[in-house]
Design a protein. Sequence first.
Length: 558
Amino acid sequence: MEFIELILINKLDGVILKYPHTENVDGTVCITGHHLILSSRKEGVRELWLLHKNIDSIEKKENKPSGGITQGGSLFLKCKDLKIFQLDIGSTTELNLMAQTLENLSSIQDPSLFYPFFYRHMHPIVENGYTLYSVEGEFTKVLATEEWRVSRVNQNYSVCNSYGKAVVVPKSIDDETLVAAATFRQGSRFPVLAYRHNNGAVLMRAGQPLYGPKHRRCRPDEAILNTVVAVGTKGVIYDLRSSNLISQQQNKGGGTESNSNYSQWKIYNRSMDDVDNQQQLLESYSKFIEACNDREISSDKWISKLESCGWPESVRNSLHTACIVAQHIHQKAEPVLIHGTRGEDATLLVSSLVQVILNPDCRTIRGLQALIEREWLQAGHPFGSRQRCGPYAAAVARAAPTFTLFLDCLRQFLEQFPCSFEFRQSFLITLFEHSYASQFGTFLCDTEQERESRGVHRQTTSVWSWVNQPDEMPNHLNPLYDPTPNVIWPSVAPMSYVIWEELYLRWLIEQHTEVREEQYRAIRTREQQLRSQAQQMRRELLELAQQYYSEDKVLKDK
């Protein structure tokens, strides 16, 4: 297919662009295979470049007829990055041609036609982001314990098409056992290591067991899990589904682990059905964004509308579940296995948040990059399917803002622990934008297998290659960062949730993020000064006390 076949009009003069917080722009629209470009040379050169893939919804509104004849109208372009543009066009014919052209180009689904395959980075690449985070490099300390090994049983993606080529598994388990265990798990997602805490407790993840109505058993699967449980102790399995959903899945051949076959494990349910149900999560997100855009109602009704959509509750539930799992690992040193149905959404979300809580490395820019590589990209989160549409489009099968939910959870961490993260909010917003539409190939496709078959790593540039450049990295550094090795426990109380204004409301109200950061910085500087003064006073007091006792002793000796 040629792009020219989809472009019914490639240039149009006299288009007026309107969007919040800016003056109207009167200019020329040009359409390429990947971009809508609006250029104006009135009062200086102004340009807007919009990726077609970023367009979520196109609404057309014709002007009211004048003298029985309709003349032009407006196109409202609602984008996945939440921006809404209005293009005023004087001719009805050109209005219709522009609408159809943008509809054609924004509906392309073949990844090989997306912009990352045509984009060429203008500056030298210092690091290849696609090779930065290998399994061996990320689990160096774990592999040094002699308890774990890297298995390449999935080298050709023949065992599990949603896993990467390499996974970390118990060293005592051979590849034949892994192959057998894969037949017992949904999507062949057999148990693999996600994280090992400094006390030796581990976090593993998998797909649901195919227990079924006939109570199927799989000894290789049991062997993998029992290997990580010390003698005389028990591990913990968290099934991230409600009891009702588990029963439904069991009737279809799925289910949860049985107490009799997994006697070395305590099995709990922690419902995150709102996350694993893609349609429900997308609907919740759409209602939330709709409420964010509706600022004309009273504040009480607005807050009630925001809360009733379900999105804030999903954020709190995700954080709460992660805290519960992290407590088993950190406080009780118990190994934990988590899974939902396929283990590609709620499972990866919880696994990632647990690591942010427990592992300070995940709170750095490169550490977060590595976490996303391990727990999202290489672990098979289907970005291509999940990010196909945003909150404004008609629901698309398998689309869901799971990754956006993860970023919102990180935003809650930043609000509660502003000095514990190396990155600032702008980095999270950058990830949000590039996960939906980008010149980089990092978030293309559903799996590593698909990215390999389409040549993503060979023919596109990684977003990490760009972020890690010396002139780009400083833009995302948190000026308040003060590294701490401690575990951080987020509050999950309803009043602790904050609306991510810098993302959800950034096109509606003016942001003052830099002012707030400067206030934080001033407070922190003052705190450090007071601490320094207090320490100096303690030293002086100690010296005076020593001097006093010395003089007193001399007087007594006399």
